[in-house]
Write a protein that binds this ligand. Sequence first.
Ligand SMILES: Nc1ncnc2c1ncn2[C@@H]1O[C@H](COP(=O)(O)OP(=O)(O)OP(=O)(O)O)[C@@H](O)[C@H]1O
Ligand SMILES: [Mg+2]
Length: 366
Amino acid sequence: MPGTQNPFRPTFGRTPPELIDRDGTLEEFEYGLHIRSGVLGLLSIITGARGVGKTVMLNEAQDLAREQGWAVISETSTEGFLARIADAALLIDQELGDGPPARKVVSFTAGGFGLGTQLPRERQVEFRNLGARLLQRLDAHGTGLLITLDEIQDANRGELLQLAAVLQHWVREGLPVGFVCAGLPAAVSDILDEGVATFLRRADRIDLHSVAIRDVHDSYARQFSKAGISLPEGFLEEAATSTLGYPFLVQLVGYFLWKEAERGAGVVDLASARRAVAIALKRNVRMVVGPAIAKVSERDMDYLRAMSVDPGPSSTAMVAERMKASLQLASNYRARLIEAGLIETAGRGEVTYSIPGLREHLRGGA
Ligand SMILES: Nc1ncnc2c1ncn2[C@@H]1O[C@H](COP(=O)(O)OP(=O)(O)OP(=O)(O)O)[C@@H](O)[C@H]1O
Ligand SMILES: [Mg+2]
């Protein structure tokens, strides 16, 4: 125990000490890196609820690509991402090219793609050609370029369309490019349905879900025993179950248990262990549940509350009845909540919460 730092990472976008239950998730992508062009996994879309581990998966994809010597551009979908990707490509191209390093940077800032939301037509062509040149250079080295884009539900559709067009062009030319993006499921479906990018429809869809409780248990057992931490008999079951297999909670619960162990010089009694779990659950409400419902309208909140009566998935007809709303009106609320990533369909005519802890919060418990 002494000297071993708390390994858990209850922080969004941070890679956990043990990546639980994700073996093989990036298999197609990894295979694609070896073939380098025109194969399935090189174009992938990762979807899943908040905190399920999408950004972490993007990080993994980047690591795999770098291991194969690929150049990597990683962006998030705030306005101007296309220009930032173009600028990054320009920079990589200059780094690979010859010429004194000092001049490279100057010409980069002078000739950058700027901060606009969409590239003017001629700049788009410029980006396409610059990228093609870069990809040819990388191809000659037996590598390629990976572009990742996070939070695509927030992406400006025009920018996304332009990026897709350029990517499609490179793929058609047989160039070694990979594109992996991540976003909330409903919003991603919308983007694909809107026909924003027919090209993206062919992407490999990686849908992330909660991890198996058993695997959480085993991972905790490994990590705590490695550090010589002793927990109350049978408590790991309880701790693992309390996470609901939700990756962010897995990190929170592990983190606070570890803190208790530090306080007790490696030994945690049942009261402290339970306290740690309670703190973790509360923290989840503050960090995930609270922000998720902060912008929800009062009527949509009524819908969420009407669901909380049920122990599991709710019948949409029942919810409408409880709200005293017409089916049509209720289906509008439902659509908005699905869009916001707060609920999801669970079989015919049923919906369930997408955010662990939301039900308990609405019931006034946690
Ligand atoms: N497979 C996993 N095993 C254990 N912990 C994980 C796993 N995947 C992610 N985590 C942890 O879960 C938390 C959330 O991960 P991440 O930020 O990737 O989620 P996200 O899906 O991108 O969320 P958001 O939609 O809010 O961006 C982080 O603390 C991360 O360390
Ligand atoms: Mg994320």
